[in-house]
Design a binder for this molecule. Structure first.
Ligand SMILES: *Cc1c(COP(=O)(O)O)cnc(C)c1O
Length: 444
């Protein structure tokens, strides 16, 4: 079995340099922290391009494949440029993400707009931007879209987001007849939607079905189950409505390795399983080979990203935990406090062969729950040490907030020993940029 980049805990370029410091992308992490300040998001371009290549190789035997990076994992203009360069399209969920892609000069034909409650104005924005597909989630959207399309004398290319009734947990999954989900058309309502498209909503062109069953999935069996359900629906829709749908979007969700306990699947295995299953359903249901969309987010960007922090104060609870505080936390990485996500880390300026201690890494924000890593074994820590937390590329910056009015960190792209800023650190002025003081409250 061939392994893929999402199965690694650290960026592929991670190593100790001659100074005894950790480096990534040929850049010394301690120097990066000095030069750009901390907290600092760092993305290793080589790791990012490698996972893209893994996906492309894994599906090389299926010519009707389209990779749509799920922008919500990390949406920045420079990252979007790299992904388009690797041949990826984009799954988006807001006008803001679409605007970011426009800012990066991305070909809108390769953009899909998705989400469970897109507003009228966002749908209008997406149509004006010329996105290639809109995944319609519910009846009100069908109505809105047709209305907008008609007014603009346009035809809109859509997929129907469905709830296939597969529920997944991280390590196992169960199939349920009915899934309680806020996303998509329930299986029993697909026919109503299609009738409306056939009779009333004539400015909508339906191309296929879309589903997404979950995230941080380790179980490969979920994808063939999804394909089975979608292919049998496509055959049924052909028989009952005389429409040939030839696009299947199976979403994203492939897992990554946050700690040594995680064993995410290889995308090469997923490629084999998915292609085999498509061959099977095409014969079984006598349908044409569909265009297959994959929307990986986390597995594309997570491994390439790390976050650097500077160690501040330490507190030893008598006979208890030793807390070591960093200059960031839940505002730049809300995942541990939101859903007990686990992370692994190293001290960038110390070899991991030094004498160790067990500490809890505490964030700087005013919540007791702002703990980044509980009980991690690290070389004895001192003030001013640089902490490197791994696998922070996905759902860190994209979920970051200004809690406590703390400015969001900068993001650096490292590649061939070069470090380039791709997101500027927010300034104090940025923090008050949208504040308004009504005249009557102003000081004379
Ligand atoms: C979140 C999401 C994805 C990406 O999920 P990952 O777990 O990050 O791969 C893909 N498609 C849809 C529709 C999503 O909502």
């Amino acid at each position: 079995m061939t392994s893929s980049t999402n199965q690694l805990l650290k960026p592929i370029t991670t190593k100790y340099n001659s100074k005894g410091n950790l480096e990534i992308g040929g850049c010394d992490l301690v120097e990066l922290a000095d030069k750009f300040d901390t907290p600092l998001y760092v993305i290793d371009e080589k790791t990012l391009r490698n996972i893209c290549k893994d996906y492309k190789k894994a599906f090389a035997n299926y010519h009707k494949i389209k990779f749509m990076y799920a922008s919500k994992a990390l949406c920045t203009s420079a990252i979007s440029r790299i992904l388009e360069d690797e041949g990826f399209g984009f799954d988006t969920v807001s006008a803001g993400e679409i605007y970011t892609l426009q800012n990066a000069d991305i070909d809108m034909e390769n953009v899909l707009f998705n989400g469970n409650n897109k507003s009228y104005s966002e749908l209008e924005y997406a149509i004006d931007a010329g996105v290639g597909r809109i995944s319609v989630d519910n009846f009100i959207e069908l109505y809105f879209l047709n209305k907008i399309a008609k007014a603009k004398d346009k035809y809109v290319d859509i997929l129907l987001r469905i709830t296939p009734g597969i529920e997944c947990h991280t390590h196992e999954y169960i199939q349920t007849g009915h899934l309680d989900s806020k996303f998509g058309f329930d299986m029993t309502l697909i026919d109503n939607a299609i009738e409306l498209i056939q009779t009333k909503y004539t400015h909508l062109k339906l191309h296929g079905l879309h589903a997404h069953v979950g995230s941080q999935i380790f179980e490969t069996g979920i994808f063939p189950d999804e394909i089975e359900i979608m292919a049998s629906e496509i055959a049924r829709i052909r028989d009952e409505f005389g429409i040939n749908l030839n696009e299947i979007n199976i979403g994203g969700g492939i897992g990554v390795k946050y700690t040594t306990e995680d064993n995410p699947p290889s995308v090469y295995d997923i490629g084999d399983i998915v292609i085999k299953k498509i061959d099977e359903v095409v014969r079984k249901y006598n349908i044409e080979f569909p265009t297959l969309y994959l929307e990986p987010g986390r597995s594309i960007i997570s491994t390439s990203g790390i976050t650097l922090y500077t160690i501040g104060s330490a507190k030893q609870v008598p006979n208890g935990t030793k807390y070591v505080a960093i200059d960031g936390g839940m505002a730049d990485n809300p995942r541990p406090s939101m859903y007990q996500a686990k992370y692994d880390a190293q001290i960038a300026n110390k070899k991991d062969t030094e004498e160790t201690e067990i500490v809890t890494i505490a964030g700087r924000f005013c919540e007791s729950g702002d703990i980044l890593i509980k009980d991690i074994e690290l070389p004895k820590i001192h003030e001013r040490d640089t902490l490197c937390v791994f696998n922070t590329g996905a759902y860190n910056y994209s979920m970051a907030s200004n809690y406590n009015r703390v400015a969001k960190p900068a993001m650096i792209l490292v590649h061939d020993s070069k470090a380039e800023i791709i997101i500027n650190r927010e300034t104090l002025d940025d923090l008050v940029a949208h504040d308004v003081i009504p005249d009557r409250l102003k000081k004379e």
